[in-house]
Design a binder for this molecule. Structure first.
Ligand SMILES: Cc1cc2nc3c(=O)[nH]c(=O)nc-3n(C[C@H](O)[C@H](O)[C@H](O)COP(=O)(O)OP(=O)(O)OC[C@H]3O[C@@H](n4cnc5c(N)ncnc54)[C@H](O)[C@@H]3O)c2cc1C
Length: 387
C-alpha cells in the first residue's frame, strides 16, 4: 500500500489490467448485449445464453480467487465491469452486480472453508446468486424482518416470505436472512445459503416494473424449508452484520450502475444534438444546449470520482462507509438529471422507444430505491458527520 501513499494515482487513471477488463466488457456489451436490449426490456427477461456468455467472459466471479475457478480480481474490477455493462443495459449490469458485490462478496468474507469449496467454483462457472433481505413489511427497516428460522437439530426450518429479490428467476443459490430468535431482535438475524431445489423453497410472483425490466425481481416463499446447519453463512445471530457489511460495499456497485447509464445518456445526447438540425444548424451549436451538456458531463464526472474513490478505498482496506453512501446517493441523482436532460434534448423522439434514452430514463429510477433509499444514505452520511 505504501506506493499509493507516496505516489497517489489519479482516480480515473486505470492500471493496465483494469483497462483490459473495462475494454473487454465494453466490447462484449456492444457486440453481445446491445442487439438484445430492446427485446429483453419488452419481454422482461435476460436469455440464459447471455448469462452463460457473461460467465464465459469471466465477469461472474470477479473477486473469486483463481484457485476456485474465479478471475482473482478486485472489487474495483467489479465496479468497472458493472459500469461498462450499464452503458448498454442497466439490467444486465445489476445481474452481474448482485452476483459479485453482494453474493460472492458475502461468501468470500463469511463462508466457511467447506462452503467456499462447495459454492465458489459453481458461482464462478454457472450458478447465479441472489441476496434476499427485504420483505413486504421490512425494507428500510431491514432488521424488522419476520422470516423465522427454527432450530431443529442438524438443520433449521425456515418459514416466511421475501420480496423484491433480484436475479430470483435465474438464480441457483440464495442468501436468505431469517431470525432464529425474534425476541432478541436484530441479534437473532442469521444468514442462510439456500439452494433453489431445496424442498419448501419456491419462487413466487415476478414484479412488472417501470425500469430494469429484464432484471428479474420476485417474491420468495419459504414453507417449512429445512436448511442444513452447515449452510449457515457466518455465525448464528450475526446475520445483521453479514447484511450490513455486504450492503455497505454493494451500494458502490449501484453507484457504478448509475454512472454507466448516466454516461451513456450524455453520450447519446451529444451525438444526437450534433446531428439534429433546427433553425438551420445542429442544435448542439446553441449555447443553451451546450451549457446543459457541459453541466451533465460535469455531474457524471463528479459521480464517477465518488464511485471510483469509494471502490478504491474498499480495496485498500480503508474506511469507506460515508463515501459509499455518498457515491450511491449522488450518482443516482446525477443519473436522474442526465437521463432527463437526454430525453429533453431528443425532443419528441426522446419520448419514444425508438431511441435508447427513454429506457435509460426509466432504468435510472431504481438507483434511488434499492440497496438503501436516498433517505437511508442521507441518514448514514448524517450519522457519520454529526454523530
Ligand atoms: C427492482 C428492485 C430490486 C430489488 N432487489 C432487492 C434484492 O435483490 N434483495 C433485497 O433484499 N431487496 C431488494 N429490493 C428491495 C429494496 O432494497 C427496498 O425496496 C428498499 O430498501 C426500500 O424498502 P421499501 O420498498 O420497503 O420502502 P420503505 O422502507 O417503506 O420506504 C418508503 C419511503 O419511506 C422513506 N423512509 C423510510 N424510513 C425512513 C426514515 N426513517 N426516514 C426518512 N425516510 C424514510 C424511504 O426513503 C422511502 O422513500 C429491491 C427493490 C426493487 C424495487
Amino acid at each position: 500500500m505504501s506506493h499509493l501513499l507516496d505516489n497517489p494515482t489519479p482516480l480515473t487513471v486505470l492500471l493496465e489490467d483494469e483497462v483490459i477488463l473495462r475494454d473487454s466488457v465494453r466490447q462484449f456489451a456492444d457486440a453481445q448485449v446491445k442487439p438484445l436490449v430492446r427485446d429483453m426490456d419488452e419481454h422482461a427477461k435476460v436469455p440464459r445464453q447471455l448469462i452463460d456468455d457473461l460467465f464465459e467472459l469471466g465477469v461472474m466471479g470477479i473477486e473469486i480467487p483463481e484457485s476456485y475457478g474465479g478471475s482473482g480480481g478486485t472489487f474495483f474490477h467489479a465496479v468497472l465491469a458493472v459500469e461498462a455493462l450499464s452503458r448498454v443495459d442497466p439490467s444486465v449490469a445489476v445481474l452481474v452486480d448482485v452476483q459479485n458485490t453482494l453474493v460472492i462478496n458475502a461468501l468470500l468474507r463469511w463462508a466457511s472453508a467447506d462452503q467456499k469449496q462447495r459454492y465458489l467454483p459453481k458461482l464462478a462457472s454457472s450458478w447465479l446468486g441472489a441476496y434476499a433481505l427485504s420483505e413486504a413489511g421490512s425494507g428500510s427497516d431491514a432488521f424488522a424482518l419476520t422470516t423465522k428460522a427454527v432450530d431443529a437439530g442438524d438443520h433449521f426450518v425456515l418459514t416466511g416470505r421475501k420480496l423484491w429479490i433480484t436475479n430470483a428467476s435465474e438464480a441457483t443459490l440464495f442468501i436468505i436472512f431469517a431470525n432464529v430468535n425474534p425476541e432478541a431482535g436484530y441479534r437473532g438475524i442469521t444468514a442462510f445459503l439456500v439452494e433453489r431445489d431445496l424442498p419448501g423453497f419456491s419462487i413466487g410472483k415476478k414484479e412488472d416494473k417501470l425500469g430494469i425490466r429484464a432484471s428479474s425481481t420476485c417474491e420468495l416463499l419459504l414453507e417449512e424449508c429445512r436448511v442444513p446447519k452447515a449452510n449457515v453463512l457466518g455465525e448464528v445471530g450475526k446475520g445483521y452484520k453479514v447484511a450490513m457489511e455486504t450492503l455497505n460495499e454493494g451500494r458502490i456497485g449501484i453507484g457504478a450502475q448509475m454512472i454507466g447509464l448516466a454516461g451513456a445518456a450524455v453520450d447519446h445526447a451529444v451525438r444526437y444534438t450534433k446531428e439534429r438540425r433546427q433553425f438551420g444548424k445542429p442544435i448542439a451549436d446553441f449555447q443553451g444546449v451546450q451549457f446543459q451538456l457541459a453541466r451533465a458531463a460535469m455531474d457524471v464526472e463528479a459521480a464517477r470520482l465518488l464511485v471510483y474513490n469509494a471502490a478504491r478505498l474498499r480495496d485498500a482496506g480503508r474506511p469507506f462507509l460515508t463515501e459509499a453512501a455518498m457515491c450511491k446517493l449522488f450518482s443516482s441523482e446525477a443519473a436522474e438529471r442526465a437521463t432527463s436532460l437526454a430525453v429533453n434534448l431528443f425532443g419528441g423522439y426522446g419520448f419514444t422507444k425508438d431511441y435508447p434514452v427513454e429506457k435509460l430514463y426509466r432504468d435510472q429510477k431504481i438507483g434511488q430505491i434499492y440497496e438503501g433509499t436516498s433517505n437511508m444514505q442521507l441518514m448514514t452520511i448524517a450519522k457519520q458527520i454529526i454523530g
